[in-house]
Ligand binder design. Structure first.
Ligand code: 2P0
Length: 319
């Protein structure tokens, strides 16, 4: 029996992953670019060689769907694996568009790899984590990360790559928590419906790579205006493809729209703030660290909870 614990941080895509070219391997139809966050993380302990398979979340038996997904992921990592115990916990709410599957599968991959004694490179870990949840492949690094979609059928060239480290740029990301409950439709299903039915999906594919190129340059040059404009364009295009799917997928609530308008108003007053949204109603706002108070106060008029996050570190095996 051997045991390892890993902590991995959530990431939020500034340029979005939405749509797959292979649903088995989670191979994306587009490249994406993310920021890893400091206070949102998952910590997971894997015991390799337990009496029987068991999965616990926060010390309680995990829901069936959650346990099956985690265990079948480990079957894929090692088809000859022994029984395992997985103990996992999040520092933030799950299933609400706050990227819990990203930190979750990154932590599980790292802990399982260490517990099993495998000797994976970070790139290999990213390829593995991607197969658990696409966005997890970006949580293998801190700071800014690019995930190039790759072209190989086996997905070995579809993984994250570090773009700029945690301390590269004094930015903050604020999360206006519009709702923290489970979302009505999961992103895997929503993404696939969008690909299959939205008439705007082809345009989404046609313009996404240029957004990643622009954002990469903007991060390197620390140009918030250019990054923010590319970021908002990416999120509104992604949501437009969802809204035009059949049946339509719409995660927005009235407070989502209020926060969107609040960000526009901040900009009209000269505060450089830009928003992004994921498969959920929450609004995430990127700004200079010096503007955190102004942004927090504007968002607090519309939601009862605003989380302030900073660029986060790479995952680690902690024990
Ligand atoms: C992203 N999202 O780039 C995009 C933007 C949500 C909106 O990746 O099916 O849990 O496991 O690969 O990674 C959320 O989807 O989906 C996501 P799967 P995942 O962060």
């Amino acid at each position: 029996m051997s045991r390892a614990t890993a902590r991995a941080h959530a990431n939020i895509a500034l340029i979005k992953y939405w749509g797959k070219r292979d649903t088995q391997l989670n191979l994306p139809a587009v490249s994406s670019l993310s920021l890893t966050l400091d206070r949102f993380w998952t910590e997971t302990t894997v015991t390799w060689g337990a009496p029987a398979d068991v999965v616990r979340v926060g010390g309680e038996a995990a829901p069936d769907g959650f346990a099956t997904r985690a265990l079948s992921f480990l079957d894929r990592l090692d088809p000859a694996r022994p029984p395992v115990a997985i103990d996992t916990d999040n520092s933030f709410p799950t299933g609400a568009g706050l990227a819990s599957s990203a930190s979750g599968f990154a932590a599980l991959t790292l802990a399982a790899s260490a517990a099993s004694g495998a000797d994976h490179t970070t790139e290999q870990l990213s390829v593995l984590a991607r197969q658990g949840s696409g966005s997890a492949c970006r949580s293998l690094w801190g700071g800014f990360v690019t995930w190039r979609k790759g072209s190989l059928a086996d997905g070995t060239d579809s993984h994250g790559s570090p773009l700029a480290p945690q301390d590269h740029w004094d930015l903050a990301m604020l999360v206006a928590v519009v709702a923290a409950g489970k979302k009505p439709i999961g992103s895997t299903v929503a993404m696939e419906r969008t690909r299959a039915t939205s008439p705007y999906y082809a345009e989404w594919l046609a313009t996404s790579e240029a957004d990643v190129d622009t954002a990469e340059r903007a991060v390197r040059e620390r140009n918030l205006t250019t990054l923010g404009e590319a970021m908002e364009s990416s999120t509104f295009k992604m949501h437009a493809t969802m809204h035009t799917a059949r049946p339509s997928v719409n995660y927005w609530k009235p407070a989502t729209m209020a926060c969107i308008h609040a960000v526009e108003q901040l900009r009209s007053k000269g505060v450089e703030a830009y928003l992004t949204m994921d498969a959920g109603p929450n609004v995430k706002v990127l700004c200079n660290r010096a503007d955190v108070e102004a942004v927090q106060s504007a968002l607090s008029a519309h939601v009862s909870r605003v989380e302030v996050l900073l660029p986060g570190p790479a995952p680690q095996v902690t024990r």
